[in-house]
Design a protein around this ligand. Structure first.
Ligand code: KIV
Length: 272
């Protein structure tokens, strides 16, 4: 008798069903290998457009293209088999109209096989969210600090510090939830606002710089691993991979220069 073990990937519907339940765990992923390492620990992984900064050394996410997102989305899908994979719609690929957004989202879903897309924006994107959801695209929203709008926001600024700003973010969250998003990232907002949004909207909130009041958390993997040179206050470093890489590369360089690498164990010998 054979026993077939089928691992079913988590879906947007599964994540939606976690509102108010066990906290949702998520991280960004851009590569196959890191995706396979984190797969069993996270509920979803986000192929975030932060890859522009982390992988390509860009200053903002604005220059990131749809092709870049699709390439890394494919890698992450190959490396994972259990977690939901969500891919970011990059700046310029969806804001123009619901039809343009649908074309971009459909390309991402067809070419990567991912289970959902994420888009930044509040009330002004609600119509687009509804258009996509009605046509079979699960959408994760993203409100509060929205890095693709850096040029109109005037920097990476914490949102919701004034009553006016808090009311605007709340209205954005309400609109995105009402439009049918299955969850939403809440980024860079003050703690009471994150709590109020989470209490108010019927879908899970995923916080980044938004306190533990949210239904789940996300961090950029390289930030929490200690690979990024500078990280914001809201990041906790769970590892020191930058230092580990330095140490390892220094040891390798020393051994190559001393001709002690490759050693006996790393050399092929002829058959006798
Ligand atoms: O691009 C990204 O990594 C993100 C997360 C920070 C939520 O959008």
């Amino acid at each position: 008798m054979s026993v077939e073990v089928n691992t079913r990937r988590l879906t947007a519907i599964d994540i939606r069903g976690r509102k108010g339940g066990e906290p949702i765990v998520s991280l960004t992923a851009y590569h196959a290998h890191t995706a396979s390492i984190i797969d069993r620990f996270v509920d979803f992984m986000l192929v975030g457009d932060s890859l522009g900064m982390v992988m390509h050394g860009l200053e903002t996410t604005v220059p990131v293209t749809l092709d870049m997102m699709i390439l890394q989305g494919q890698a992450v899908m190959r490396g994972s088999k259990r977690a939901l994979v969500v891919v970011d719609l990059p700046f310029g690929s969806y804001e123009e109209s619901p039809a343009v957004a649908f074309r971009s989202a459909a390309r991402i879903m067809k070419e990567t096989g991912c289970g959902a897309v994420k888009m930044e924006g509040g009330r002004h994107m609600a119509e687009t969210v509804r258009f996509l959801v009605e046509r079979g695209v699960p959408v994760m929203g993203h409100v509060g600090l929205t890095p693709q709008s850096i040029n109109t926001m005037g920097g990476f600024k914490v949102q919701g510090r004034s009553e006016e700003s808090a009311a605007a973010v709340l209205a954005d969250a309400d609109a995105i939830a009402a439009a049918g998003a299955f969850s939403m990232v809440v980024e860079g907002v003050v703690e009471p606002l994150a709590r109020e949004i989470t209490t108010r909207v019927p879908i899970p909130t995923i916080g980044i710089g938004a306190s533990s009041a949210c239904d789940g958390q996300i961090l950029v993997l390289e930030d929490m691993l200690g690979l990024s040179p500078r990280v914001p206050k809201f990041v906790k470093r769970y590892g020191a991979l930058g230092a580990l890489i330095e140490e390892s590369v220094a040891a390798y360089a020393e051994e190559v220069r001393a001709r002690s690498f490759p050693g006996e164990d790393n050399v092929y010998q002829p058959k006798r």
